[in-house]
Write a protein that binds this ligand. Structure first.
Ligand SMILES: [Fe+2]
Ligand SMILES: [Fe+2]
Length: 257
């Protein structure tokens, strides 16, 4: 039997969150998705509040992953200890709250989700995502294993795809907010895309007002990021998995206006 997983790129600001709340249910039905994982690290533009993470779950996400903005809002710390469906990167230091692995019981069997963060030009103060995922996989029994690798460099993300090829069902990249056109199945059966893109304002510089972003590059005094207004788009990828073997049968990028 085929099991369909929708992975949704970074949800940015209220345009992105409102889009998820308004459209995710219909998109789930249209794609016949069995499981939805949404990256939520930018729901508060930088970071996410417990209320925003709850809103993404209530809108239909089975799992929410995060990234380098995890700790921006302090109130997320106790929440991450209490809500097992919201993950922070697993390779943060062990004293950090929350977890980077969740296992879901589904009618098709267990589905495991692992969230990792890259080190190349992003966060060097983390453990190796490669060695961390090795250690996590030793204890995972699920056949269907999904990995959100939140990283800046395309090279690091593609390397992770090959590193995990044949050991997990899907590896998708998040963080850059720009969807890549390389969705494919790797030689040993892992579905892979370098970046899902984002769910947020369509006319923006990765979610931010273009004039503010241009000003930054012109050398303006730094100021608080302002999210661009809507309308929003949703970007991600749909992975069709064989639920018995966990191999990826088909993968394609998706985009909704
Ligand atoms: Fe990020
Ligand atoms: Fe992001």
């Amino acid at each position: 039997m085929a099991y369909r997983v929708l992975a949704v790129g970074d949800t940015v600001g209220s345009p992105g969150l409102e889009y998820i709340q308004r459209r995710l249910g219909a998109i789930r039905r249209e794609l016949n998705a069995d499981f939805i994982c949404v990256n939520g690290e930018n729901a508060n533009v930088v970071g996410v509040t417990p209320r925003q993470a709850d809103a993404i779950l209530k809108a239909g996400a089975d799992c929410v992953t995060l990234g380098n903005h995890t700790w921006t809002r302090w109130e997320i710390q106790p929440y991450l200890d209490e809500e097992p469906r919201v993950l922070r990167p697993a390779n943060y230091a062990p004293q950090c709250p929350g977890r980077g692995l969740a296992v879901f019981d589904t009618p098709a069997g267990e589905v495991a989700v692992i969230n990792l963060i890259g080190r190349f030009t992003l966060d060097p103060n983390t453990d190796s995502p490669f060695l961390t995922v090795d250690a996590l996989l030793e204890d995972v029994q699920a056949k269907m294993i999904l990995v959100d690798f939140h990283a800046e460099a395309t090279s690091e993300k593609i390397a992770m795809g090959y590193y995990l090829d044949g050991r997990v069902s899907a590896v998708w990249g998040t963080h850059t907010h720009v969807q890549t056109s390389d969705a494919r199945i790797l030689p040993k059966g892992t579905g892979c895309i370098t970046d899902l893109g984002m769910t947020g304002p369509a006319e923006s510089v990765i979610g931010i007002k273009p004039e503010q972003s241009i000003g930054k590059f012109l050398g303006d005094v730094p100021r608080r990021y302002e999210c661009a207004p809507g309308p929003a788009k949703l970007e991600g990828a749909l992975f069709t998995l064989d639920e018995k073997s966990g191999k990826c049968l088909e993968v394609r990028a998706v985009r909704y206006k």
